[in-house]
Design a protein around this ligand. Structure first.
Ligand code: BGP
Length: 488
């Protein structure tokens, strides 16, 4: 079997503005939900605080200062041979409070100019930007004034922001993703991170507790509907601005297996995988809600507030490609006595066949091949993995080296799974491992949970020089790209 990936395969890496840029209030940027998330750890969850607390630490405020160091970082990406760089624009750098103002002082030119420089730096190195328009950082004003995406008027604010960006970077950027892990809104903890739905008090991001706590599913799924409509409108505008623009969806892979052949486990797994993955994928790829949504909505007290034209909008605004994040697989059992296990947005029971990462996420490279085949069987459009990686506590050697064989092993196994999927017939067009440089963890707010090929000297409390250092995996990935996946 051919060991080589396609010549035009988009090898790259991924970050998100709020987890790497810092400069949280520079050059006219407005406050976003991410700026109100404190630091935390796996055992002491980070907290969303409606107002900045003087005695709290907010990792996004400086992050790794990518805002000022992007040239150095992109040069390191180019040294590895990146063909693309998946990054995000902070909405609040372009429209500081999220709202548009016709004839006013918006959009914020300083924000537009910053990202123009970043994109031009990428292009100078032969790197294609892949730009996420909303990656877990809701303009805070839209949270307080509209309760985030629960209010339909936010659709027009987002679409106006997208149109501004599409026009501003026409000819410079041709790949966009609308909402990062849009399906998080289909989970009880998605309201704050992805929906901008404002809690009236400090809220700990304790995902396990949030899956059992109070939840307003009706508000969350109407917020999700508004994001579907906004995404579909953005797709149409993008194609009108520049026919070369490709717009993708971005879904967190919620790959789950039944713990046993017990039909109860099989049925429960099918329902979880449908709601977790296929609800969002079907709306954004096929242009309509799947038939199973009706029963789910009825059983969960959800009434979508449709407006005239919504169905037409969804049908005419389907995406050009499907992207997703994959870290782990889950396991589902109807038996409540089974021990639970974690994973990116996943909650299920422990799979006895899989090892766990230091943060308790199951490691399952074969699950990636399985899911790629499932997705391609369902959608038959190009697929891209825009997040994958191993969060681990790397150590800097006295001489400045960082040895991360565990990360090389993880990534090697996942690249091999991708190659098998391509041989299975999947149209996989790219791979951007998550946190290609060490950045702030979204779920815990830590720096200690490192994903990068590049080590950044900064700890959980914000101490460090911010200097960058190549890890062993930096050289491994460079060889992987150079050899088109043959030399792993
Ligand atoms: C995904 C987010 C990313 C990233 C990733 C890793 O859900 O899209 O922003 O953070 O998770 O998770 P964490 O940073 O919590 O380890």
């Amino acid at each position: 079997m051919n060991k080589l990936f396609p010549e035009n395969f988009l090898w790259g890496g991924a970050t998100a503005a709020n987890q790497c840029e810092g400069a949280w209030n520079e050059d006219g940027k407005g406050v976003s939900s991410a700026d109100l998330m404190t630091g935390g750890t796996l055992t002491s969850p980070r907290t969303f605080t409606p107002n900045i607390k003087a005695d709290a630490y907010y990792p996004s405020h400086e992050a790794i200062d990518h805002y000022h160091r992007y040239e150095e970082d992109i040069a390191l990406f180019a040294e590895m041979g990146f063909k693309c760089y998946r990054m995000s624009i902070a909405w609040t750098r372009i429209f500081p409070n999220g709202e548009l103002s016709v004839g006013g002082d918006l959009p914020n030119r300083a924000g537009l100019e910053h990202y123009r420089k970043v994109f031009e730096c990428c292009k100078k190195h032969g790197i294609e930007p892949i730009v996420t328009l909303s990656h877990y950082e809701m303009p805070y004003h839209l949270m307080t004034a509209y309760n985030g995406w629960s209010d339909r008027r936010v659709i027009d604010f987002f679409v106006g922001y997208c149109e501004t960006v599409f026009n501003e970077y026409k000819g410079l950027v041709k790949y966009y993703l609308t909402f990062n892990e849009i399906n998080i809104l289909a989970t009880p903890f998605g309201g704050i991170m992805a929906g901008g739905i404002l809690p009236q008090k400090d809220v700990k991001l304790d995902f396990a507790a949030m899956t059992k706590g109070e939840d307003d599913a009706n508000t969350r799924f109407n917020a999700l509907h508004h994001q579907f409509v906004a995404s579909a409108k953005a797709v149409r505008i993008a194609h009108a601005v520049d026919p070369d623009i490709k717009v993708g969806c971005m879904v967190a892979a919620m790959v789950s297996y039944p713990l046993s052949p017990n039909p109860d486990d099989i049925l429960l797994t099918q329902q979880s995988v449908r709601t977790g993955n296929y609800l969002c994928g079907d709306v954004m790829v096929r242009g309509a809600y799947p038939a199973f949504a009706r029963r789910y909505f009825d059983e969960h007290g959800i009434t979508i507030r449709w407006e005239d034209g919504d169905a037409e909008t969804l049908k005419n605004g389907t995406v050009d490609f499907y992207t997703f994040s994959y870290y782990a697989s889950g396991c589902i059992s109807a038996d409540p006595a089974q021990a639970s296990a974690a994973g990116n947005m996943l909650f299920g029971v422990k799979n006895p066949y899989l090892p766990l990462s230091d943060w308790g996420w199951p490691i399952d490279a074969k699950g990636l091949r399985y899911f790629l085949n499932e997705l391609y069987d369902r959608y038959q459009i190009p697929l891209m993995i825009v997040e994958n990686g191993l969060g681990a506590e790397d150590t800097m050697e006295p001489g400045g080296g960082v040895h991360d064989p565990y990360r090389i092993a993880y990534l090697k196994a996942h690249v091999e799974a991708m190659r098998e999927a391509i041989a299975d017939g999947v149209d996989l067009i790219g791979y951007t491992p998550w946190g290609c440089i060490d950045i702030v963890s979204a779920s815990t707010g830590e720096m200690k949970k490192r994903y990068g090929f590049i080590y950044v000297d900064k700890d959980n409390d914000g101490n460090g020089t911010l200097n960058r250092f190549r890890k062993d995996s930096f050289y491994w990935y460079k060889r992987c790209i150079e050899s088109r996946g043959a030399d792993l």
